[in-house]
Design a protein around this ligand. Structure first.
Ligand code: SF4
Ligand code: SF4
Length: 382
């Protein structure tokens, strides 16, 4: 493997929690001509390297838009990769003079932030939503720029869960290691060990405890009451860890109960920190601590015209189309991760969010306000 690519991947995995910006602009891949495809991605260095690697062997242009060094999905849903960033890179790189067509392929996960209609109106460029993962680009081109349902779907694979665990463990272990080296040396090793063991336990075992995460049953409670709902899975994970620790202490005479107690308290603090839901960065994201979690994707059948853009952009394959009736329906509503992409792209405003209390978030709010770090729609983007 190319050493540079390996090092960027390693740094990107260890420091994934932090933005890693790279240069914006135009990159030529191979020997592109006027008919060559044009791709666009964000300026998160790891993403740019992965996209370049996937495009190797294809004569094309790659536009890198400013996302403040954040990956495509987080940047689009958080208001860091906007219509403005796409228009800017289209207007300033000279791409209009290099190709004879006006088709640009964007990663599908940008659909929660970039409005295809606005880009077309302001620049004349038509957005084609590419696959979720860059590694599927060649298949996508071979398939006449059509995506299979696999190419459209975000999968939370064990490898991705490990990457997320490392994302928490590395910076957190360095920070807590430095603090404990200065103030309480005896606990340095336990802290560093726990900051690696616990994220792996929490992220990798998520499919096991997912069923106990509640979604809607406490929707009418206050935010403070809902903390208990958030605390339930956290307590469950901690109990499991403490139980394992007690068994270890029991069979190992060199490990005292006083040490076990300190490990137990530390582990609770670490688990609580990891469980804080920063824009879905923890798998305990379905806790009802955030009121946004209660909103469910809803279809206004009267407005739907059935041309299926929602199917193209949904990363969880929630939609299907009734071709005879020319209407979409949502059989996979429970898989929805509330990214908002379908609402942003629906040309007839037929989709919106609704919670069990009857409150709604209409399309215009989803288009205008993006999620802040705590998962609330408060960042105004236009
Ligand atoms: S994008 Fe909107 S109008 Fe089109 S099929 Fe989906 S819900 Fe219906
Ligand atoms: S149905 Fe849910 S997951 Fe799918 S695009 Fe809409 S908001 Fe996103």
């Amino acid at each position: 493997m190319d050493l540079r690519y390996f090092l960027i991947n390693l740094a990107g995995t260890l420091l994934r929690a932090f933005p890693f910006p790279t240069k914006t602009g135009l990159i030529k891949i191979g020997n592109p001509g006027p008919e060559s495809p044009v791709f666009l991605t964000c300026n998160y260095s790891l993403t740019v390297e992965r996209v370049k690697k996937s495009l190797k062997g294809i004569d094309c242009y790659l536009l890198v838009a400013n996302s403040n060094g954040i990956n495509v999905w987080c940047a689009s849903t958080g208001g860091h990769l906007t219509n403005h960033d796409v228009i800017l890179v289209l207007k300033t790189t000279g791409i209009e003079n290099l190709v004879s067509h006006r088709r640009i392929i964007l990663p599908q996960l940008a659909a929660s932030g970039i409005e295809a209609r606005v880009i077309r109106e302001k620049t004349g460029w038509n957005i084609i939503w590419g696959p979720v993962y860059a590694r599927d680009i060649k298949k996508f081109l071979k398939n006449g720029m059509k995506k299979s349902s696999e190419m459209r779907q975000v999968r939370f694979t064990p490898t991705q869960r490990i990457e997320m665990a490392v994302m928490w463990a590395f910076p957190f272990s360095v920070l807590s290691g430095v603090i404990f080296a200065l103030v309480w040396k005896a606990m340095l090793l336990p802290v560093v060990l726990l900051t690696w063991i616990l994220p792996f336990l929490i992220f990798i075992s998520f499919p096991l405890y997912m069923p106990i995460l509640s979604k809607t049953k406490t929707a009418s409670f206050s935010k403070y009451t809902r903390i208990f709902d958030f605390a339930l899975p956290t307590f469950f994970i901690w109990t499991f860890f403490v139980f394992s620790l007690a068994i270890f202490t029991f069979v190992n005479p060199n490990f005292s109960w006083a040490t076990a107690l300190r490990w137990g308290v530390l582990s609770l603090i670490i688990i609580l920190i990891i469980s804080i839901d920063l824009m879905g960065s923890t798998p305990v994201y379905k806790s009802s601590l955030h009121s946004d979690r209660f909103f469910e994707i809803t279809l206004d059948g009267e407005k739907c015209k059935g041309e299926g853009i929602c199917i193209e952009v949904c990363p969880r394959n929630c939609f299907e189309l009734n071709i005879e009736k020319k209407k979409a329906f949502i059989p996979g509503v429970e898989r929805c991760v509330r990214c908002g992409a379908c609402i942003v792209q629906c040309p007839f405003d037929a989709l919106y969010f609704k919670n069990p209390m009857g409150e709604t978030i209409p399309a215009q709010i989803i288009r205008t306000y993006k999620l802040n770090l705590m998962g609330d729609r408060s960042i105004k983007t236009n």
